[in-house]
Write a new protein. Structure first.
Length: 206
């Protein structure tokens, strides 16, 4: 079973930190207030190449690609104002491949997706929990893995690149939690007896 645990060190928050996105030819996506999930391919034309209804409620939504052009994950709200997650295939865009309903909290969930392992961490601002799921487009399925209770309220979150993971201790994922006073690393480990590199836990990067 996947076990999340905080790292020993904490980094103090620095104001004015900025980041620039990596520019590629990957298609872009958006979910405006009309509830339509749209995909834009900047190599072809300025209009959306595909669109479909994403979530029934017009509140905030978030999106994350799975490392390929075919699959993406969205988070949003249904008509009952329940938070939900959906898995999409852009080749069959009329309906979601899989979906799950979570709870009625107000904040929109940020999808932190590692395309290599298929692990999806859902983080909500102002909350004290992280939800981890495994995304399997081939089945298709969104399978629960574990939940992590945080010591402090979450203000933001991001994934650490895979080359920074402690692979010898079977760390398959690491989340950086931004709190009011610090940046807290939270590692997800697979329990193994032998301290060695386990090739089955670390597939080739996407």
């Amino acid at each position: 079973m996947l076990q999340p645990r905080p790292h020993a060190s904490k980094h103090r928050r620095r104001r004015g930190l900025t980041a620039a996105p990596h520019v590629t030819s990957h298609p872009r996506q958006s979910v405006p207030s009309d509830k339509q999930l749209r995909i834009f391919d900047p190599r072809t034309k300025p209009r959306a190449s595909q669109s479909t209804q994403a979530h029934e409620n017009s509140r905030d939504s978030r999106l994350a690609w799975m490392g390929t052009w075919e699959h993406l994950v969205s988070t949003g709200f249904n008509q009952m104002r329940e938070r939900e997650v959906k898995l999409w295939d852009t080749r069959f865009f009329s309906s979601a491949l899989a979906s799950l309903t979570l709870d009625t909290s107000l904040g929109c969930l940020m999808p932190l997706l590692d395309p290599d392992s298929g692990l999806l961490v859902l983080a909500g601002k102002g909350e004290r929990q992280l939800y981890c799921y495994e995304v399997v487009p081939q089945q298709p399925a969104l399978s629960p893995v574990t939940q992590c209770v945080l010591e402090s309220v979450l203000r933001g979150a991001a994934l650490v690149p895979r080359q920074a993971l402690a692979v010898m201790s079977c760390e398959v994922l690491r989340v950086l939690q931004l709190s009011d006073t610090a940046i807290v690393p939270i590692g997800y480990h697979v329990p193994r007896k032998a301290v060695e590199f386990h090739e089955d836990l670390f597939p080739d990067t996407a």
